[in-house]
Design a protein around this ligand. Structure first.
Ligand SMILES: Cc1cc2nc3c(=O)[nH]c(=O)nc-3n(C[C@H](O)[C@H](O)[C@H](O)COP(=O)(O)OP(=O)(O)OC[C@H]3O[C@@H](n4cnc5c(N)ncnc54)[C@H](O)[C@@H]3O)c2cc1C
Length: 500
């Protein structure tokens, strides 16, 4: 790619949040001869709350050639083996479960999990809680770092937790070192020409910034896409009810152990995250304003954190949940919050941003921005976004809490996509979920294994009283031996971070 003439010689990114700098790094890496400029208004600032990633972020840093030792300590980062869900289900034995990131060794245990879950779905009394079957779950339970010695023969999947401001600074420094220009100024106007393309961004001092491709990374303001170009916003309010967040970080005690996972705890009208960094724990409550006031949400979060009387200030945020109809419109690509937002239950926002920019570069190189390429790109991004949304919706729809209107309305919510209905039907009728995921081409968003972990994690099986004894004993002890043996290869998380 680097020997090709620049396809889009001038790229201007509006916004210096994580999305904007991530895009600038990727454009500079893919099109070294292009002139890439980031414009940001320091007085507006960034949202600064995205603190968890999927394993995709590892691929980003690998692509940019930034070693963990060069960014993790600088961003107070920790390793993430997956997400623990507490209190989403009330079924006995299933009030907490773990959604692990996939590791290569799952190939040796996932088959057994699938078989056990299928047997239990069809009424046999076998162990089918997912936690027993996956290495990453055991790493999380033991607070081990998911970094294996070189002689460990399996690739271990992991993501990260980090301070969003600091990781943004790492990406900014990398971009600047690779020729990206930075303008600290506010865009007051977007000049759109008669063909509906962005001609220039007009700065506060009247200067006009022109480009071939404009990237809107201006956060929830969506200055170019929704603002100047009037791209329609498709809200997800009927699928996902949460539209507010309140955040409240807590300091980390020196020497305390560090979790290698995110915790997502269901509260009265949404859920609270706990994200462990080396310096602090990021906490927040994502809730639905139709069911809970801001004051009540803050009080509930403080009670949850045992901080009712503490003198720590909280930050309140309004969330605009949904996506723009066309992420790529005319000569503008909308990314990050300017393109859309799904609540961060599975921490997918940065993953989606990275994928979008990579796919855009690919589509642009193949088709030079022809309408056909653009339409195909937009259709793919919309599907991807909705694929992630459906997986999040399932967490709410399957809840068995019933203790508040919020949870009762979620359990009764019938605004489900055809894909989600089909997957749920496959599970509840004892059919093959993997076949349904493949038939509907959904594996690129969430694998069949992730779906099965979710259903089994909630304990959506026939009632215990209706279960029949299994005809032959199942060999979960062999899995315990394998995974416990593997665990010996991994060291303490906090100690590993101190060495990074
Ligand atoms: C509560 C919450 C929790 C989240 N948790 C996660 C998570 O765990 N994992 C995850 O991947 N994502 C998470 N996200 C999403 C994540 O925070 C964002 O995707 C990410 O931070 C990228 O934001 P952004 O760069 O699009 O926008 P922002 O950070 O808001 O940046 C916008 C930029 O645009 C600039 N700007 C705006 N208007 C103008 C103008 N007129 N002129 C010049 N500059 C302008 C601003 O100065 C700023 O630099 C979360 C989001 C929220 C709200």
């Amino acid at each position: 790619m680097s020997n090709m003439p620049p396809l889009s010689p001038r790229v201007v990114v509006l916004g210096g949040g994580t999305a904007g700098w991530m895009a600038a790094c990727l454009f500079a890496s893919a099109w070294p001869q292009a002139r890439v400029t980031v414009i940001e208004a320091p007085e507006i600032g960034i949202v600064g709350v995205g603190e968890g990633s999927t394993p995709q972020l590892r691929a980003l840093f690998a692509r940019l050639g930034i070693a963990e030792a060069d960014w993790m300590p600088a961003a107070d980062a920790t390793y993430k083996t997956g997400i623990r869900f507490d209190g989403w289900s009330t079924r006995a034995g299933y009030t907490s479960y773990f959604h692990p990131f996939a590791s290569a060794i799952d190939l040796h245990t996932a088959g057994a999990f699938h078989a056990h879950a299928l047997a239990r779905r069809t009424g046999l009394d076998v162990a089918a809680r997912p936690d027993r079957f996956f290495l990453n779950t055991r790493l999380a339970e033991a607070q081990r770092a998911p970094v294996a010695p070189d002689n460990f023969p399996f690739e271990v999947g992991y993501g990260y937790h980090f301070d969003a401001h600091k990781v943004g600074a790492v990406l900014r420094n990398h971009a600047l070192a690779h020729g990206v220009a930075h303008v600290a100024a506010r865009v007051d106007m977007v000049d759109v020409n008669s063909s509906g393309e962005v001609a220039a961004l007009v700065l506060g001092d009247g200067a006009r910034v022109t480009a071939d491709t404009f990237v809107d990374a201006s956060g929830f303001r969506s200055v170019i896409a929704q603002g100047a170009l009037g791209v329609r916003f498709v809200p997800f309010a009927s699928n996902l009810f949460c539209d507010r967040a309140v955040t409240l970080p807590t300091p980390r005690e020196a020497g305390a152990p560090i979790n290698a996972h995110t915790t997502a705890t269901a509260l009265s009208s949404g859920w609270a995250w706990a994200i462990p960094l080396t310096s602090r724990t990021g906490n927040g409550y994502v809730y639905a304003s139709d069911y809970l006031s801001a004051d009540a949400a803050e009080t509930e979060l403080r009670r949850h954190l045992r901080l009712l009387d503490a003198d720590v200030s909280a930050r309140h945020l309004a969330l605009k949940v949904g996506r723009v109809e066309h992420a790529w419109h005319a000569n503008c690509l909308a990314i990050g919050l300017a393109q859309g937002f799904i609540e961060p239950l599975e921490a997918t926002a940065l993953h989606l941003t990275q994928t979008m920019v990579e796919r855009f570069i690919d589509a642009y190189e193949k088709g030079q921005g022809t309408p056909a390429r653009r339409d195909a790109f937009n259709a793919e991004i919309a599907r991807r976004f909705e694929g992630v949304r459906d997986y999040i919706v399932a967490h709410y729809r399957l809840n068995s809490r019933g203790d508040t209107d919020f949870w009762r309305c979620n359990a009764a919510n019938d605004h489900l996509s055809d894909d989600l209905k089909a997957i749920m039907t496959a599970w509840f009728t004892g059919r093959d979920v993997a076949a349904e995921v493949t038939r509907r081409d959904l594996a690129g968003f969430y694998s069949a294994l992730s779906w099965e972990v979710l259903f089994a994690g909630y304990g959506t099986f026939p009632d215990d009283a209706r279960l029949r004894p299994a005809p032959a004993p199942t060999n979960t002890a062999a899995i315990d031996r394998l995974l416990d043996g593997c665990l010996l290869n991994f060291g303490d998380h906090a100690a590993a971070l101190a060495r990074t």
